[in-house]
Ligand binder design. Structure first.
Ligand code: GAR
Length: 192
């Protein structure tokens, strides 16, 4: 069975969706290790509840992005990880990580890429006044939020929406499409 590494910075709802998909058989893999950069974040608390190994790699005090990524690569390799998922990882990653998991590093982003790359994609969509928003699961390349798209889902933006309401509607779709995208990559890795 393939081993997943997951990276998270925040609440960890996408991390939990991945664990759930593994448990109920939608995703033929197991979550071997969660890494978080924010000590005490929701994702870390979920890992404790779900009995998934978790390591804290606080970016504060680390000399560079490459040094942080090298520590993540070492942790994932030591855990025998095959595929890595950025599930709300709010740091830019470097070729140190990308090159260690070629075609095996997946990100979830809360917009219909290529629209609204970068920070606060939900706020960007609201400010732009679009009536269709969504989320994208994609492979990670060195240009931020520009890697090949695996799965997208669209949701309506309602006239009554504010940031929390639109974010919640998008996240419900993230929890559905992220396991789907990971399972596409897992199947490809299995086929060699
Ligand atoms: C998710 O909505 C994800 O799309 C977003 O962070 C949220 C994490 O939620 N990621 C980005 O914005 C990446 N640029 P979660 O911690 O509950 O999974």
């Amino acid at each position: 069975i393939l081993r997943l590494g997951v990276m998270a910075s925040g609440a960890g709802s996408n991390f939990e969706a991945l664990v759930q998909a593994c448990t109920d058989g939608r995703l033929q893999a197991e979550v071997a290790l969660l890494v978080v950069n924010n000590p005490g974040c929701g994702a870390q608390q979920r890992a404790e509840r779900l009995a998934i190994p978790c390591q804290v790699h606080d970016h504060r005090g680390v000399a560079s992005r490459e040094v942080l990524d090298q520590a993540l690569v070492a942790a994932f390799q030591a855990a025998g990880v095959d595929v890595v998922v950025m599930a709300g990882w709010m740091r830019v990653v470097t070729s140190t990580l990308i090159g260690a998991f070629p075609e095996r590093l997946i990100n979830i982003h809360p917009s219909l890429l290529p629209s609204f790359r970068g920070l606060d994609a939900v706020g960007q969509a609201l400010a732009a006044g679009v009536t269709l928003a969504g989320c994208t699961a994609h492979l990670v390349c060195e240009e931020v939020d520009a890697g090949r798209i695996l799965v997208q889902a669209a949701v309506p933006v309602l006239a009554t929406d504010d940031h929390p309401s639109l974010n919640a509607r998008i996240q419900r779709q993230e929890h559905r499409i992220l396991p789907l995208a990971v399972s596409l990559v897992v199947d490809l890795v299995r086929q060699g």
